[in-house]
Design a protein around this ligand. Structure first.
Ligand code: AMP
Ligand code: MG
Length: 342
């Protein structure tokens, strides 16, 4: 299949993208979190193409994207008061709310669940694209299933060229990790996946917020997490990833030791850490000054290690802040829970 690459964002090209969606096609588009892979949420056959293009298991539901808060009621059966409060405070922005779904949203989108994830991205190109489509857009991240999510147009082109109808190129994602997923179908709002809207943000507007325990645990496939996607292998580059977590100097010492050992074993080694403490790695990538910056560079770094033929990746995790939960959640999964605490 020929994939149309849209680099010029204007009224005409957005109308073209909208026509592709209304005609049952699949279009990748930029958002502030990661790039999405969109199809009409009303079109079962189109949504199935998303699962095919990604190689995504069919029991892992997609998030429905709308352009404005007033459109949430076209997707949700009811909007409870805490959802209204969260939307008022943070929309548009990097979060998804889980509500009871309205009829008409394809069962393929929700993987047969009675609930639906709804998101209003803040990225101007995402909103322009959704408006041009005129329908709610079902979209997961625009990567091959299991691979790190795409934060740059080149990542999408790498994974999706020839598999989908069009790719809208809109620069680099500013948040860099997927949306915070907040389940609002029970009394207490629960974070199923941490992201750009943090636990601390939510606590400012909701008296009680919980974090689902699967967020930081290895999950046995037999156990059913509330967020179906959490049970699958995720964010995994081809390289073998190990997280080294703890106090800065202890981590640096441990990483240096591991770099030496891996290189002696004939492996090419990459290090992702806050400061280049002369680790002796084949490729060093800086994770930035805090976890907000770490989130922004994380997926691009994992893809860069693969591109450069790195076999072993060592990641330093030392600082704790509001964004730690989102970074840790992704890193633990990339590492298949290979974590060394020092
Ligand atoms: P992605 O955008 O690729 O990260 O995929 C969407 C994520 O949202 C997956 O982890 C899904 O499991 C999750 N999700 C979508 N709909 C629901 C829902 N109704 N209930 C719980 N989780 C959901
Ligand atoms: Mg994904």
């Amino acid at each position: 299949m020929d994939t149309l690459i849209i680099k010029d964002i204007n009224n005409k090209t957005m109308q073209t993208a909208g026509e592709i969606i209304r005609g049952g096609g699949v279009v990748a588009f930029p958002t502030e979190t990661v790039y999405g892979l969109g199809a009409s949420a009303y079109d079962d056959a189109a949504v199935k193409k998303i699962y095919e293009a990604k190689g995504r298991p069919s029991d892992n539901p997609l998030i429905v994207h709308v352009a404005d808060v007033c459109d949430v009621e076209t997707v949700a059966r009811e909007i409870p008061w805490n959802a209204k409060k969260i939307l008022e405070s943070f929309a548009p922005g990097p979060f998804t709310i889980i509500l009871k779904k309205k009829d008409g949203i394809s069962d393929t989108v929700t993987a047969g669940l009675d609930t639906v994830g709804i998101r209003i991205p803040s990225h101007p190109v995402a909103r322009e694209f959704i408006r041009a489509c005129g329908v709610p857009i079902a979209a997961p991240s625009a990567n091959l299933s299991g691979k790190p999510s795409p934060t740059r147009a080149e990542h999408v082109i790498h994974d999706m060229l020839g598999r989908i109808d069009a790719i809208i190129c809109g620069g680099d994602a500013s948040v860099g990790v997927e949306s915070t997923i907040i389940d609002l179908t029970a009394d207490v709002p629960t974070i199923l996946r941490p992201g750009g809207i943090t636990l601390e943000d939510l606590k400012k507007v909701c008296t009680n917020v919980e974090v689902d325990r699967h967020v930081l645990e290895a999950v046995a496939a037999a156990e059913q997490p509330k967020c179906p996607g959490m049970k699958y292998k995720h964010y995994a580059p081809d390289a073998d990833v190990t997280v080294v977590e703890g106090e800065l100097s202890a981590c640096e010492k441990k990483i240096k030791e591991l770099v030496k050992r891996e290189k002696e074993g004939g492996k090419t080694v990459g290090v992702l850490a806050a400061a280049d403490a002369d680790f002796g790695a084949d490729l060093f990538i800086s994770s930035g000054k805090d976890n907000r910056e770490f989130a922004r560079v994380l997926f691009d770094a994992l893809r860069s290690f693969d591109k450069n033929g790195i076999q072993t990746v060592l990641v330093q995790l030392s600082s704790n802040d509001e964004y730690s939960l989102a970074v840790k959640n992704r890193l633990y999964k990339s590492a298949g829970n290979k974590i060394i605490f020092v």
